[in-house]
Design a protein around this ligand. Structure first.
Ligand code: PNS
Length: 160
């Protein structure tokens, strides 16, 4: 059984994340979507909110589990007995950051591989922070996030 881990902040999960999870879930026996508990920047949603939004958005993928993790990703990988980190790539601008993360993780745990899945063009401009910003200024984001995320954004920012 080959298991992969798709880590991130998921603050909140977007349709772009869902796309990457769908692609990864079709390649591996099991996929763990791993939500980082302690973000250096303050998260908009608590880890419980982020986890339940992700679980709801990925309910159609039976081999996907959503878990929270704290500390080093490589420690979580070892705990999960997985050697494949999945990351999504949107544009060249993602590359530098992703390259640094992947190199650091390789330094820490050489047995673990980082694998990149390129997003579909229609999601290439999407990020959790852009979605939150557009929403906070009253922009339409219904087509960019799962329905449960849209509902929770409206609850959290009731102005719109
Ligand atoms: O969605 P993000 O914020 O780009 O995800 C970044 C994440 C969570 C994958 C990364 O910050 C991470 O793995 N953090 C855990 C701490 C760690 O292992 N750091 C060492 C690698 S630089």
């Amino acid at each position: 059984m080959v298991k992969a881990v798709y880590p991130g902040s998921f603050d909140p999960i977007t349709n772009g994340h869902v796309y990457i999870a769908e692609r990864a879930a079709s390649l591996f026996d099991e996929l763990v979507v791993a939500i980082l508990v302690n973000l250096q920047k303050k998260a908009t949603f608590t880890v419980d909110e982020r986890s339940s939004m992700a679980r709801e958005a990925l309910i159609h993928l039976p081999n996907v589990k959503v878990k929270a993790f704290d500390g080093l990703l490589v420690d979580f990988m070892r705990q999960e007995r997985s050697r494949a980190i999945i990351r999504g790539l949107r544009a060249l601008s993602d590359f530098e950051y992703e390259f640094q993360l992947a190199q650091m993780n390789r330094e820490l745990a050489p047995e673990i591989e980082t694998l990149f899945i390129v997003t579909e063009a229609r999601y290439s401009y999407l990020s959790s922070s852009v979605v939150k910003e557009v929403f906070s200024f009253g922009g339409a984001i219904q087509d960019m996030v799962p329905p449960g995320v849209y509902r929770r954004l409206r609850e959290k920012f009731p102005r719109f």
